[in-house]
Design a protein around this ligand. Sequence first.
Ligand code: ZN
Length: 268
Amino acid sequence: MPELPDVEIFRRVLERHGLNRIVTAVEVRDPRIVVGITPAAFARALGGDRLLATRRHGKNLFAARGRGGHLRMHFGMTGALEPFREEPPAHARILYRFAQGPHLAHVDVRRLGRVGLVKDIGAWLEAEGIGPDALDPALTAEWFAEALGGGRRSIKLVLMDQGLVAGIGNVYADEILFRAGLRPDVPVSALDEGWRERLFAAMREVLQTAVDCGAAAERYVERLPDDFLTKRRGKGAHCPRCDTPLETLRIGGRRSYFCPRCQIDPRG
Ligand SMILES: [Zn+2]
């Protein structure tokens, strides 16, 4: 699933190929992807318009429109934004065409991505209950420690809760917990101040490193540093730090990878 670093890559694609050019036509090839507006109205609204600036918030990508408001893209489980010149890539669901190539394709094998038009980003995020971006420079360790709260919910599920901080999904939650040295099934109530601070630092470091590498969970995973757990997901994998065989757990219906030696439960 595209997570914060993946969507940051798509933001750069949009920034590089989509800004300050007139969108000559929008072709909606799969109407299920468009939400809150009919596909025809969506295509009409953007046809002849221009995108002026990009903004990523968590897993959502926004582009400010010359006519006002914003285009919003979410990439679901398998989505991506890809430039193309002649033939659109496989599984292209929406095409944004310009007078000359490269054009842009919203690609999505499983069609769980969503696009729409948003008037005000702040109001939209609030209405959707989406928390601050996980890399928002204004966030502090103290705020994070407090926001994690208590309760029996596992720390992995809490990290993936977009209402707390936005941008972390299954793969990067595992990576952050690996970096912090915590098992994914630890209840959040078991974490003292020290663990919360450590987790905040791990979250920032993991996401910033992935963004800086231009890496992503789904694509360009090879660009991540070799000590990242993400590169070892799969059968028979070993810990990149201590070579212990990794274990898996199902949390929230998703597979979690962790090292039983490097990651502990603070309750002992
Ligand atoms: Zn290990």
